[in-house]
Design a protein around this ligand. Structure first.
Ligand SMILES: Nc1ncnc2c1ncn2[C@@H]1O[C@H](COP(=O)(O)OP(=O)(O)OP(=O)(O)O)[C@@H](O)[C@H]1O
Ligand SMILES: [Mg+2]
Length: 259
């Protein structure tokens, strides 16, 4: 195994979707957990600036936010990058969304771009969790990403919106899009087949999160604030799920075992 040391200049991964509530934030925390398992330094940024709940999800809702950071950069008060992120464990830090939803609209895209660029110097991977609406933060995340992960669900409205979104993204020559079918965010019988979805959205389904990753009593775990894959009773207890997530995580940062 060719274990390479990344020299920071973090790879940027943007998690997005065409519809709300399809499991972006949960998946973004899981992917972050996988990188931490792989001993990569990873920053999870809540780009759902006005209504994001990543820090709450991980019980890290204390301290500064991306708004304080942008304000300090704007007013030349920014000194220590470490003072704005919350430490989850030795590998995972979180940059929280704004506390006051009104602050979200005040952050300029240029400053957001600066923030991501600065933090690339300190992390192997930066995971951007977006909202499905085309806010400045979402558009910037799409633009800066090395890989865009478009989460889709087994839902006709979502597939129609996904088709439209993909058409728009392709019209601006975005080619770094991976479509992930999330069969784990609800436990229900699937309506569409992978083949039909592919035809419907006119794009390959690159990964499927299988129903085995569905966590029935997820709310109990969310109350604990733990990243789900880092709890050995959950997703990672299943060998094939673990392997799938690890392979995906490595592929996304171009860190594969094969020569
Ligand atoms: N692996 C899972 N197992 C069980 N339930 C899940 C799983 N992933 C997601 N869910 C359910 O889906 C809900 C929505 O997930 P999440 O908040 O990640 O979606 P989202 O796409 O980020 O939503 P929003 O568009 O509001 O940001 C969760 O509250 C949870 O109930
Ligand atoms: Mg979310």
């Amino acid at each position: 195994m060719g274990e390479k040391m990344n020299k920071y200049k973090g790879k940027i991964i943007c998690v997005t979707s065409a519809k709300g509530g399809v499991g972006k934030s949960i998946f973004a925390t899981m992917l972050t957990g996988v990188y931490s398992y792989l001993k990569k330094k990873v920053l999870l940024v809540d780009m759902d600036l006005s209504s994001g709940g990543i820090s709450v999800l991980l019980n890290l809702d204390k301290g500064k936010t991306i708004y304080n950071l942008s304000d300090d950069i704007l007013n030349n008060r920014f000194k220590e990058h470490d003072g704005y992120v919350l430490h989850y464990n030795d590998f995972v830090d979180v940059l929280p969304a704004c506390k006051d939803p009104r602050e979200g609209n005040k952050i300029d895209s240029k400053i957001l771009e600066q923030i991501i660029t600065i933090y690339q110097n300190y992390y192997d991977v930066i995971v951007l969790d977006t909202t499905h609406t085309p806010t400045n933060a979402t558009l910037l995340s799409l633009d800066m990403a090395d890989n865009i992960l478009l989460l889709i669900s087994d839902n006709p409205v979502d597939l129609k919106n996904t088709h439209n979104l993909l058409t728009v993204l392709e019209s601006v020559n975005k080619e770094n899009i991976k479509v992930i079918l999330n069969n784990a965010y609800r436990d229900e019988k699937k309506y569409f087949k992978r083949y039909d979805i592919k035809n419907y959205i006119n794009h390959n389904v690159d990964y499927i999160l299988p129903n085995s990753m569905y966590i029935r009593d997820i709310n109990n775990y969310l109350m604990e604030g733990k990243i789900l894959v880092l709890n050995d009773k959950l997703v990672f207890k299943n060998d094939s799920d673990r392997e799938l997530l690890i392979k995906m995580a490595k592929d996304l940062i171009g860190d594969s075992d094969e020569k």
